[in-house]
Design a protein around this ligand. Structure first.
Ligand code: C2E
Ligand code: MG
Ligand code: MG
Ligand code: MG
Length: 275
């Protein structure tokens, strides 16, 4: 709010702010209901090894279809879930669902690889997170190595030492760790030294920039080189064009996902295409 410009400025912005607050309240109560009534789903987006062309696994992405509002994007409701204390329950549900799905696919004779799930910083900082993770592994029977958690650099903005210790314990349990949206967060390079991750996901904004300008291509090339020297696996996300894929292959990028291969799919469709 423009402080120096007096009360009128505040009043000018007030209706808009109320509208947003009301919308967030509606999303919150809608989401609370959705967590119990089957409106939430998990979609799976395949990931591929760029050398062999083989499927390596899938990223689980939550979907919400509200009966009146229609599809609500995660970019809209994940922040609400975080702010209203629902992210723990939501994240747990997504992990339980994705792990149970992976085990079901294995039992059906598929080779589904690993399941990657997103964990928001708020969730990771929750003291109940680790116990929940142990329960998910135990209850679904998934091998820890088949689960990968995608975190963002933001997890280290707060309680850095505690967060690092927690991530080390998670990694030591066998569960994989990836930095998501790499390059868009804060202090990428200093955190990269300390984060116990085995995988780096290049943010889609850089992948999109590959063909756009020389700087885009240079950044992607540099991140791949960095990952190689640090012994991390590099995944490019948001690959939409064959030119991007060719470039990533030439740079010896390990893995890729994106619309060029497939959009995130409902479980049944995923199984029929990749089973
Ligand atoms: P993310 O983890 O970086 O996921 C990748 C996003 O890019 C997904 O959007 C995916 O549908 C989209 N995408 C995949 N391929 C392409 C492509 O080729 N082009 C473009 N333009 N987009 C592509 P989505 O599903 O809308 O999710 C957005 C973000 O919401 C995710 O970004 C993640 O940060 C968050 N999110 C989604 N599901 C969960 C969840 O279960 N838990 C948490 N904590 N966050 C989630
Ligand atoms: Mg992700
Ligand atoms: Mg990402
Ligand atoms: Mg993201």
């Amino acid at each position: 709010l423009a402080k120096g410009s007096g009360k009128n400025t505040f009043r000018f912005y007030e209706p808009h702010m109320n509208e947003e607050a009301v919308r967030r309240q509606q999303l919150q109560s809608g989401l609370r209901a959705a967590l119990g009534n089957g409106e939430l789903r998990v979609h799976y987006q395949p990931k591929f090894d760029l050398r062999s062309g083989r499927l390596t696994g899938s990223e689980a992405l939550v979907r919400w279809h509200h009966p009146v509002w229609g599809p609500v994007p995660p970019s809209r409701f994940i922040p609400v879930a975080e702010d209203f204390g629902l992210i723990g329950v939501l994240g747990r549900w997504v992990r339980d669902t994705a792990c149970a799905q992976l085990v079901a696919w294995q039992q059906a004779g598929m080779a589904p690889g690993h399941a990657a799930v997103n964990v928001s910083a708020r969730e990771l900082h929750d003291p109940a997170f680790e116990e929940g993770l142990v329960q998910t592994l135990r209850e679904t029977g998934i091998a820890p190595e088949r689960l990968q958690l995608e975190i963002t650099e933001g997890v280290l903005l707060q309680d850095t030492d505690a967060a690092l210790a927690k991530l080390c314990r998670v990694r030591d349990s066998g569960v994989g760790l990836a930095i998501d949206d790499f390059g868009t967060g804060y202090s990428s390079l200093s955190y990269l030294r300390r984060l116990p991750v085995d995988t780096i996901k290049i943010d889609q904004s850089f992948v999109r920039a590959i063909g756009a300008d020389a700087a885009g291509a240079a950044i992607v090339r540099a991140v791949i080189g960095l990952g190689q020297s640090l012994g991390r696996r590099i995944v490019a996300e948001g690959v939409e064009e064959s030119d991007q894929l060719d470039f990533l292959r030439r740079q010896d990028c390990d893995e890729a996902q994106g619309y060029w291969f497939s959009a995130p799919l409902p479980a049944a469709e995923y199984a029929s295409r990749y089973g």
